[in-house]
Design a protein around this ligand. Sequence first.
Ligand code: HEM
Length: 312
Amino acid sequence: MGPSELADLAQPGVLTDPTPFADFLTFVLKDGDLGSEAVGDALQMVSNARKSIAQKDSTADMTVTVGFGPASWRRLFPDRAAPPELVAFPERREADRHFPSTPGDLFIMVKSKRMDLNFQASKYLTTGLAPIADLIEDVQGFVYLDDRDMIDFVDGTENPGGTARLNAVIVDVDGPERGGSYLTVQKYMHRSAEWDSLATSDQEDVIGRTKFDDIEIADDKKQPFAHNVRSKVKVDGTEIKMYRQNRPFGNAHERGTMFVGFAKSASTIDTSLQQMIFADADGAYDHILDFTFAVTGANYFVPPQSLLDSFA
Ligand code: HEM
């Protein structure tokens, strides 16, 4: 199968660039028997809501990307084999660093150039899913300055593009999961006062890049605790990429970053998280975690578009 055929299988928002605005919606399924008809109606509505709102302004590049958690997969699609790597997000803890594991059965990322259209889509999706699922979180992310996160560094520079992105995120094995992608989502809040009181050179040591012009610090000058050292995944010396569609969110009172990472193997993001939180033999962990802390954590599988279309 060629690259463009594989890309055509995917939900488009998995591969497109981050847009100026994104709504990140987390739902939990209602208890009890949902009924296959109610499930079918709700998923049909997801497709319809995107189409009807997207057509209001085709220049807004709206996509609606839907992921399913491990428990919801079994409940919503009892006749379809679950993607083999779809497991619940494991809680992790070391010293005062903590990655909590929090509820999330359905995750929807609404992306477009217009905040108002995203809001409208999110409202419809939430109403349409209400018979089977409750919205537990809606985080509205936006492009901040020249693509900076709320710790004022450019975020996303080392993301793969083009075919490299496709190869990094879209599952390409025989089976129903072909064209899908594994997704991990964590909501981080920032300790902004502590971060802002660091000297710029110390912040640059933590990230491993320069702040104003976003240049990678040379390998022999990088600190072992730098974020771009600890988060980078290598297998037999070869770097394995993920695609991060992170977005900052917040206001003057509190702010953070939604980590929204896609990969064709769940193990890539898992390895990155382990390297970040657990100190190595020399005591190095990711020092970004001294200034930002995760308040949510959940794993999803974003199935190929054909699964959603089968309900349309
Ligand atoms: C508060 C949360 C986070 C913030 C503010 C943040 C910020 C950044 C920044 C500023 C960069 C450098 C620019 C770039 O290449 O994009 C970066 C790189 C990166 N981040 Fe994060 N990040 C966060 C969480 C995470 C998490 C949870 C993971 C993995 C599970 C991760 C994985 C990566 C990777 C793989 C790179 C590229 C490293 C390289 O190859 O140079 N980040 N991040």
